[in-house]
Design a protein around this ligand. Structure first.
Ligand code: FPP
Length: 244
C-alpha cells in the first residue's frame, strides 16, 4: 500500500513507500579513497543525511529511519566516535530550523551511554518537533536490533512480574509496543548503499517484510536521484507478506 508521488523526478506512477530505512554506509571508504581521514567521510555523510531528509519531506515520504551509530560502533577509534557524537550534537543544535520544514525528529536506541549534553539536545529536538506535520525522521543512535528486542523483552518481563501479565497474552503487538519508538513501525523500503549485502542488526523486527535495496553508491555520494531510483525499484516489487 502506498501513495502516488508528487514533486519528484522519479517515474510519475511510482508508489511511494511510507517508511524508508537507510544504513548510511561507505563514509570511511569515500574519505580514504580521497586521501582524507575517515572523519571527513562522516562529515560529508551528515550533509547528505540532511539533504535526503529535505528531499524525502518534499516528495511526501512519511517516515525515514537512519542508522547513525550502532551499539557496535563504540569499538571504533575514539577520534571517530567523538566526531560522530559532535556531528549529532551540531545537527541537533539547529533543531529550531526544523520548524520551517516541519520535520519531526525521534530517536531509536539506548541513550544511557550518551553524554548528558547530547541527551538534552535529543530531548529538546524531540519535544520541540513533536507537533510538526512533515516527514518523521527516526535517528538510530546507539542502536542495535537485538539490543532493542532485549530491552523490549525486559520491559515485558517486568510487566509480567508486576502486573501478572499472562504469557499467552503476549502478542506481536505487545512486542511492537515495547520497542524504542512508536514512530518506527514496519519498514517498507530498506536501503543499503555502500556495496555490502547485509542488514547489520538494523531494525530486525521492523524489517521483517521490507523490500531490501542494495546499491554500490557510497553514502556521501548518495543523492535524491539515488533515492528516486530506490523508490522506482520498490514500485515494481510485488509485496505478498507470506501470501501468494
Ligand atoms: C558507516 O559507514 C557509517 C557510520 C558508522 C556512521 C554514519 C553516520 C553519519 C553519516 C553521520 C550522520 C549525521 C547526522 C547528523 C545524523 P562506515 O564509515 O563504516 O563506512 P566504511 O564501510 O566505508 O568504512
Amino acid at each position: 500500500m502506498g501513495w502516488f508521488r508528487k514533486k519528484t523526478t522519479a517515474p510519475a506512477l511510482a508508489v511511494l513507500p511510507r517508511h524508508i530505512a537507510v544504513v548510511m554506509d561507505g563514509n570511511g571508504r569515500w574519505a580514504t579513497g580521497r586521501g582524507l581521514p575517515r572523519t571527513a567521510g562522516h562529515k560529508a555523510g551528515a550533509k547528505v543525511f540532511e539533504n535526503i531528509c529535505r528531499y524525502a519531506n518534499s516528495i511526501g515520504v512519511e517516515t525515514m529511519t537512519f542508522y547513525a551509530f550502532s551499539t557496535e560502533n563504540w569499538k571504533r577509534p575514539k577520534e571517530e566516535v567523538d566526531t560522530l557524537m559532535k556531528l549529532f550534537g551540531d545537527y541537533l543544535k539547529q533543531a529550531d530550523q526544523f520548524q520551517k520544514e516541519q520535520i519531526r525528529i525521534r530517536f531509536v536506541g539506548d541513550p544511557a551511554p550518551l553524554s548528558e549534553e547530547l541527551r538534552q539536545l535529543m530531548k529538546h529536538a524531540e519535544d520541540s518537533s513533536a507537533h510538526f506535520t512533515g516527514l518523521t525522521v527516526n535517528l538510530a543512535i546507539n542502536y542495535g536490533g537485538r539490543d532493542e528486542l532485549v530491552h523490549a523483552f525486559r520491559k515485558i518481563a517486568a510487566k509480567a512480574k508486576e502486573e501478572g501479565l499472562a504469557p499467552e497474552a503476549i502478542t506481536e503487538q505487545t512486542v511492537s509496543e515495547h520497542l524504542y519508538a512508536d514512530t518506527c513501525g514496519d519498514v517498507d523500503l530498506f536501503i543499503r548503499p555502500g556495496g555490502e549485502h547485509r542488514i547489520s542488526n538494523f531494525l530486525l523486527w521492523q524489517a521483517a517484510y521490507s523490500e531490501i535495496y542494495f546499491c554500490d553508491t557510497l553514502w556521501p555520494d548518495f543523492t535524491s536521484k539515488d533515492l528516486d531510483e530506490a523508490i522506482g525499484w520498490y514500485s515494481g516489487r510485488q509485496r505478498r507478506f507470506g501470501g501468494i
